[in-house]
Design a protein around this ligand. Sequence first.
Ligand SMILES: Cc1ncc(C[n+]2csc(CCOP(=O)(O)OP(=O)(O)O)c2C)c(N)n1
Length: 646
Amino acid sequence: MATIRMTMAQALVKFLDNQYVEFDGKQEKFVEGIFTIFGHGNVVGLGQALEEGDHSIKVHQGRNEQGMAHVAMGYAKQKMRKRIYACTSSVGPGAANMVTAAATATANRIPVLFLPGDVFATRQPDPVLQQMEQFHDLTISTNDAFRAVSKYWDRVSRPEQLMTAMINAMRVLTDPADTGAVTIALPQDVQGEAYDYPDYFFQKRVHRIERRPATAEMIKDAVEIISKKKTPMLICGGGVKYSEAAEVFKAFAEKFNIPFAETQAGKSAIVWDHELNLGGVGETGSLAANTIAKKADLIIGVGTRYTDFTTSSKWMYQHPDVDFLNINVASFDAYKLDAVKVVADAKVALEAIATELEKIGYKSEFTTEIADAREAYIKEIDRVYAVEYTGKGFVPEIADSIDREAVFNEFQEITGSCLTQSKVLGTLNEMLNNDDIIVGAAGSLPGDLQRAWRPKGVNTYHMEYGYSCMGYEVSATLGVKLAEPEKEVYTFVGDGSYMMLHSELPTSIQEKKKINVILLDNMTFGCINNLQMEHGMGSYGTEFRFRNEATGQLDGGFVPVDFAMNAASYGCKTYTVKTIEELKAALIDSKKQTVSTLIDIKVLPKTMVHKYDAFWRVGNAEVAKSEKILKETARIKEALKIARQY
Ligand SMILES: Cc1ncc(C[n+]2csc(CCOP(=O)(O)OP(=O)(O)O)c2C)c(N)n1
């Protein structure tokens, strides 16, 4: 047996460089590169191996470990899970910083390889800098926190363990049903230890991403349930994108006259103006999708996790005889909502079901309902996209009953802007090019965008809404840009999320990869402010206000921030926008730039797109001094009578 003597870290790099995936006969290199922030836990081990060369793994420098892992996730998500980045950190805080990102990757089923440095396997110099020391168990390090958020977790305490660890890492990363965060903890001493690795460990490995077929029985069950139904509705989930099944999904919908709604992950698999496309569904659903959803007697969920936003906390699907048919490569998801299950790849399953349905000449019994719903929804989006602040008597789009005029006046005085969020989004939707990509994750924007954004190009809507992690937005946009360098990529981010984390904006300058940040500054954690006020609370702890010496509370004036100045300091071209004309001019100019740009748009709080006959279950107080809160709690209890229980 031929062997190669190298350190564990050198073997890891050589192995990663030889991994490929094959999907529909097409082979691609799997590991594009590695993001790193070096520290004593990885620099002289993995860092040395990377420096030595002899590999084609691109090495990037991050600014914050969570931020760089968001880049990695944005990249893999935009690459439809066919290519990844790894992320390496030092021991301790560097590793801990990546835990949130690992959870985000796992919740969204996106492959990211985490390689945190770890404390000494020998324990001889303990406690090393950044070692926690749990008195009751010395086998625990910070990296054990990844166990809770990883789909596969391992620690390489001896150099030869690397082989099983990495084979299993690849198994999970390339498995469409099981993928997510994979963590391989690398003790800092072991990284530099030598071993005679068998040369076959480094052979080119091609991991086939299989299209799992459905069994004949599953297809029979699916056809049987569909054939009994008159008004079915499809849900296009993220699985449609990852399986590259959009064309087959569209043909299926057309052939059997079945309208389809979208989840956040599935949106833009098919462009908005397809005549059967109802837009987003659920708590943040569109008028069309939420109207049809209530009348649907069968929900055919394709590649969806059925989060509470998609089901409106299991309240949305109200037809008395509604059933669910789930087509999903993961049996975990297929089993949700007591569905008829097709545990299979979306594309091959839809093709097989279509063949059988055609034989029996199936068609839904929808006549004009789909076109009517779409017409009303298009008119409604046109309306909200045109809403302007009219001063006294202005009815905010959100939470009609809440009078915020005093706040609006105060906001206007400080910022000089009375732009509404919905009109800003309308202008952006009109002005961005068809293949420009938008990226988002948390705040009011994902909801507004799912209700009203009209994607004109395929896979141009990139939303992380499985974990809705504030701080994903800007950094993931760099990942999307790395995945699609020819396209303009736009972050849609609130001021709260921007302030939480935008660490890889300077990295975009360093890498000379232009990204565009569209920042909507309402000086508020806006969506949470809406949430509390809609549920009977006051505005409490969610606006960015100075501490008021008189009251001792955070109810002083707004705390303004000049975000344009902030981004300019990194080298971005920036703009501050207070009118629609300024927004249009900034967008036109930003397209001409070669460096990253940031447009700081001051928008009135509470001028988002409101919800469309939806419900979201939150745990409201059953005991409260406020009558309003008790009324809301009663409303929730009433709504729960309709919600399905599992
Ligand atoms: C890391 C993280 N912390 C907290 C939350 C809870 N949360 C969701 S949205 C939000 C406020 C977002 O505010 P901003 O970015 O200003 O957007 P807006 O709602 O005003 O549009 C908060 C605190 C979260 N999703 N992620």
